[in-house]
Design a protein around this ligand. Structure first.
Ligand SMILES: Nc1ncnc2c1ncn2[C@@H]1O[C@H](COP(=O)(O)OP(=O)(O)OP(=O)(O)O)[C@@H](O)[C@H]1O
Length: 608
């Protein structure tokens, strides 16, 4: 099988511009005790809670919420706000030692999530059980990640998060060694119609049928693709099948000791719930005594940050940008429909698949909340109410408005009014009369507008002003980061970057948006960026109607949203023979040590 090589990993200095927390320092540095920042707010009372040992709590005075206009200087009132902001930033930045941060690193802030995380409903739910997520994380210190029944409180949280979708995978495991492949395989065609025909499911299922359970010993780890904060990712082959995966391996003891279990669990649960062409497929998850392993789709094309560095002038053409951001937009739209606020959009987290289409990765900073997608308009071409014989379903697996997979081409299982319209061919308007392809699509509002979090999370250059100001934030942060992302792909740099993290944060809050003179970028692109980079979230594009608003912007004119997955990507990764990759780096076994390796412990599943 031929695949393209990943040109660089996050470990290269150029790429490593992420993952230093101002509260929780990420990367190859000592980790100070996590700092939780809360503030008092009339609209969102903070329930007093007992903080875990080593966690400081800082209560800040309400920072006045001021709209800082894109143009114009700061008023004296705003200057006063800035003083409060300075104090807040100083306290949140004080834990990251700038001397320890290598140049070119664009780190993400990953504050330990407090009890306000997950929206008001989730907070209520957790408080009803007398356990905040933060304390759950601590109490879960020794439990296996695979256990969903180990703690009733944690199970409740899981049930809440996953309500509305099939709970076929919610089975409990009492052993420390669990294999969810049964679950994943059996439910794959039910829950993941987009990937139902993928031979990798069958390969996994065949191994499971033969050996009972699937484990680390069934895989050959060929190459380390990179390391994240909670695990390392390896290109792996399901032995003898020529089926390749990206396997994220997390050391459970390390997760527990570093209080990252909840974060790992969040990521796994989100991955399990996804079924979208631009989001990762989790084929299976299993645990060994030491490790928790996620078996995902492998993206051989590297990430957009690396790809951008290779472009002339280190920026993409506007046409290429339109393609990439359109696919990211669909992924974000789908996530919001599932009640997931992504919060960490940046080129590093957008991977390129073998076919050149994108895959948004890395969900451990995501916020989950309640959402109820509403169909506001069935079709612009068809203002009649929904037809009797057309049933629209909003199952997570089918929720994407542009779903066109064969498994979905039945009126009762998918959201596809254009495909199932009862109008005859003659009655339909020809394509060229449709103009922008957005208009005939149904309009679905899927903004989780109730989402609320006080966490200080994200990547400095990408942090939304409301996160920095500690006002509490919701799904609009994804539209801010979408604006920064668009800007960076077009201009080769982010708009508010300062000489250091502190300066960057001040710029985000107080500096007006400016565009460089070169490269020359269209008016519509700049107009879209202006709409997205409005400091006040309430006035930001997409605040109310989410992705639907953005899709209708002239920048996307001509984009065929329904068929973008079939469009030609700007670049297709160069294929390389997988056998040429030196390795395997290690064969894996739960029990027997492979030749040349003493035992499973040999595998260096480092985290920094
Ligand atoms: N499916 C995949 N295919 C190819 N490479 C991947 C895949 N998933 C992750 N990687 C690479 O592995 C590296 C580590 O990924 P991972 O998601 O664990 O960490 P991260 O993105 O740094 O985030 P975090 O620290 O939040 O976990 C990244 O450089 C990423 O590019």
């Amino acid at each position: 099988m031929s695949m393209a090589s990943k040109s660089s990993t996050r470990t290269s200095p150029e790429k490593q511009r992420k993952l230093i927390g101002s509260q929780t320092v990420e990367g190859n540095f000592r980790r100070p005790a996590p700092l939780q920042i809360t503030k008092t707010s009339k609209s969102e009372p903070v329930t007093p809670r007992k903080l875990p040992k080593g966690v400081q709590e800082i209560t800040l005075k309400q920072v006045p919420v001021e709209t800082i206009a894109e143009k114009g200087s700061l008023s004296s009132h705003q200057k006063e706000s800035n003083n409060s902001l300075a104090k807040r930033l100083d306290s949140s930045l004080s834990l990251s030692d700038p001397k320890q941060v290598p140049a070119n690193v664009r780190p993400a802030v990953k504050e330990t999530k407090g009890s306000l995380e997950g929206g008001a409903d989730q907070e209520k739910k957790t408080l009803e059980h007398g356990l905040s997520p933060a304390s759950a994380k601590v109490s879960d210190g020794t439990s296996s990640l695979g256990k969903t029944s180990g703690s009733a409180k944690i199970s409740d949280r899981v049930d809440y998060v996953e309500s509305g979708k099939s709970s076929i995978c919610r089975g409990s495991t009492s052993s420390d060694v669990s294999d969810e492949s049964t679950c994943s395989s059996l439910s794959s065609t039910i829950n993941k119609p987009h990937k139902a025909n993928d031979i990798r499911w069958e390969a996994i299922q065949a191994v499971r049928a033969k050996d009972g359970v699937l484990g680390l010993n069934h895989f050959r780890l060929l190459k380390k693709l990179g390391c994240g904060d909670i695990g390392s990712v390896h290109l792996s082959e399901l032995s003898g099948t020529k089926c390749y995966f990206a396997m994220k391996v997390m050391d459970k003891a390390s997760l527990a000791s570093r209080k990252k279990l909840l974060r790992a669990q969040t990521e796994r649960e989100i991955l399990q719930s996804l079924d979208h062409p631009f989001l990762p497929t989790l084929y299976t998850h299993f645990e060994t005594e030491k490790f928790s392993c996620l078996v995902m789709e492998f993206c051989p094309g590297g990430d957009l940050h690396t790809l951008r560095q290779r472009q002339p002038g280190k920026h993409f053409s506007e046409q290429a940008v339109k393609f990439y951001v359109a696919e990211v937009l669909l992924a974000l739209e789908y996530l919001h429909m599932l009640g997931i606020v992504y919060r960490d959009l940046k080129p590093e987290n957008v991977l390129v698949r073998e076919d050149g289409h994108i895959m948004l990765s890395d969900f451990d900073l995501s916020l989950r909340c309640a959402v109820s997608p509403t169909l506001v308009k069935s079709s612009a071409l068809d203002s009649e109410p929904l037809r009797k014989n057309t049933v629209y379903c909003v199952q997570p697996a089918c929720i994407e408005p542009s779903c066109i997979q064969p498994s979905c081409v039945v009126p009762t299982t998918c959201f596809g009014p254009r495909l199932f319209s009862s109008k005859s061919k003659k009655e339909r308007k020809p394509k060229n009369e449709m103009g922008n392809q957005v208009s005939p699509l149904p309009e679905l509002i899927a903004e989780p507008t109730n989402a609320r979090s006080m966490s200080f999370v994200g990547t400095h250059e990408y942090l939304a002003p409301e996160i920095i100001k500690g006002e509490g934030h919701g799904s609009a942060v994804d539209w801010w980061t979408f604006g920064i992302f668009l800007y960076e792909l077009l201009f080769g740099k982010t708009p508010f970057k300062g000489s250091g993290n502190r300066a960057t944060l001040f710029n985000v809050v107080g500096q007006p948006l400016r565009f460089p003179e070169s490269p020359v970028v269209s008016f519509s692109a700049r107009d879209l960026i202006r709409g997205l980079l409005v400091k006040e979230p309430q006035h930001r594009l997409a605040y109310k109607r989410g992705a639907t608003e953005i899709k209708q912007h002239p920048f996307f004119e001509g984009v065929n949203w329904a068929l973008i997955r079939c469009a030609s990507p700007p670049e297709i990764p160069k294929p390389v023979e997988i056998e040429q990759i030196p390795g395997p780096m290690a064969s894996t076994s739960d029990k027997a040590a492979p030749a040349g390796y003493p035992d499973q412990n040999y595998l260096e599943f480092d985290f920094f």
